[in-house]
Design a protein around this ligand. Structure first.
Ligand SMILES: Cc1cc2nc3c(=O)[nH]c(=O)nc-3n(C[C@H](O)[C@H](O)[C@H](O)COP(=O)(O)OP(=O)(O)OC[C@H]3O[C@@H](n4cnc5c(N)ncnc54)[C@H](O)[C@@H]3O)c2cc1C
Length: 397
């Protein structure tokens, strides 16, 4: 530490949705926060959406971050799930949990930009550079940026996403699995109005979802295909792509048309061996990465941010050091179980619906209709949306 160097409470590396939200939450509670993010952006972020659960909307609202200027949400009124053989059909309605909606679909690029703007408005020290180096000693941690700036704090939070350079610097091991699938994303124009319903069909190569957008005839596509199939889809013209999608998904929303560009995301499940250590904590995709079939990545990250904020607030009220292992372990304990459960559940569903074993598919198809046989599905798709397990309506195709 150099003499006279300012010591912040927290330095956050990465201001995606999770880092920005955390920075806002901590600044609002009087923590001295530094944020390091090059803000170079991923242009693909505006070609996809995020489904925000009711729990996330509640957290954001408690922080004064919802509604969010610059973000037009599409309310999610219901979720319609279909299996690949057309045997099973399952529907969750917001009315089943006594709510107006199950959450909201938002443009991911706009969400990130709006959260960052709100966080910046609360002040703090923002450095528009990449964080590259980390030096930890007994009393604090120093982050060194690409341009050679040094930020010192009592706690470092890595919110720098799935490829976290900070996690690597910290030497935290990661268990990673490549699905061999790529999510193909695009905005689609629909022949029929979506009426606030998100559709998800489990196809032979992965799930294919059409999520409602604010325009009643527009939906956001997330089609998880094998890498090979995705490469084939990439080579198609918009018209041929739309026909291929219509054939795979079915005629539930009428004829489909691509609007704007398509984007491609290789899918990976990953989990850091630990989320915390002396003077550091990992949040969001830097700690865990799940299959997007249940739209939970941001939601889990926002829950990390919420729990870590509570943990640090409680530490401060007991005059405890925010960077101590003991304090940070409480955060890790609380979040690890839920994140791991979601990782495993998404993985299991992705595999189960893709299986070629006819007997498994028959059971799954029946399970979608006889809803009580699949309590996992109920809690899984609805758990984040509301605490109550809904009464489900079901009908055969
Ligand atoms: C196709 C697809 C669909 C998805 N759909 C949903 C959904 O519907 N709902 C949902 O909840 N989740 C969804 N997710 C997951 C979700 O997008 C991620 O979980 C979420 O964006 C992670 O946020 P984050 O802030 O942790 O990381 P990121 O969004 O990756 O942000 C990391 C930030 O760190 C910055 N950064 C990186 N390295 C450095 C560095 N060295 N120094 C400084 N800054 C750095 C980056 O510029 C970026 O701003 C989806 C994911 C995919 C791929």
């Amino acid at each position: 530490m150099t003499r006279g160097q300012r010591v912040l409470d927290v330095v956050i590396v990465g201001a995606g949705a999770v880092g920005a939200c955390l920075s806002h939450a901590l600044s609002a509670r009087g923590f001295e926060v530094g944020v390091v993010d090059a803000e170079t952006g991923d242009e693909r972020a505006s070609i996809r959406t995020s489904a925000l659960s009711r729990a996330s909307l509640r957290h954001l609202s408690d922080l004064g971050l919802w509604p969010l200027e610059g973000v037009e949400p599409a309310p999610l009124r219901a979720l319609q799930i279909l299996d690949r053989d057309g045997r099973g059909r399952l529907r969750f309605d917001s009315a089943d949990v006594g709510e107006e909606d199950l959450g909201a679909i938002v443009n991911h690029g706009l969400l990130e930009a709006a959260l960052r703007k709100k966080a910046r408005a609360l002040g703090g020290l923002w450095v528009r550079e990449r964080g590259e180096g980390v030096v930890i000693d007994d009393s604090g941690v120093e982050v060194v940026t690409k341009g050679g700036r040094r930020l010192r704090a009592r706690l470092l939070i890595a919110a720098d996403g799935a490829q976290s350079a900070i996690r690597e610097q910290l030497g935290v091991p990661v268990v990673q699995y490549r699905y061999g699938q790529t999510a193909v994303c695009a905005d689609m124009r629909l022949g029929n109005a979506h009426e606030g319903v998100a559709w998800q069909r489990f196809l032979a190569n992965g799930p294919c979802a059409l999520l409602p957008l604010p325009d009643a005839h527009r939906a956001s596509l997330i089609w998880s295909a094998t890498d090979q199939e995705a490469a084939h889809l990439r080579a198609l013209s918009d018209a041929s792509f739309a026909r291929a999608l219509h054939e795979a998904f079915g005629d539930h929303l009428g004829p489909l048309r691509v609007e704007g560009e398509r984007a491609y995301f290789p899918l990976v499940a990953a989990h850091a061996r630990h989320y915390t250590g002396s003077r550091f904590a990992l949040v969001g995709d830097a700690a865990h990465r799940v299959h997007p079939l249940a739209g939970q990545g941001v939601n889990l990250g926002l829950a990390d941010a919420h729990t870590l904020t509570k943990t640090l607030q409680s530490a401060r009220s007991h005059s405890a050091d925010p960077g101590s292992r003991r304090v940070l372990r409480a955060y890790e304990r609380e979040r690890k179980a839920e994140n791991l459960a979601m990782l495993l559940a998404t993985d299991l569903l992705n595999r189960a619906f893709r299986t070629d074993r006819a007997w498994v598919r028959t059971i799954l198809g029946a399970g979608l209709n006889v809803t009580d046989t699949l309590p996992l599905l109920k809690t899984f798709f609805m758990g984040a949306a509301g605490a109550t397990i809904p009464r489900l309506t079901h009908d055969a195709l």
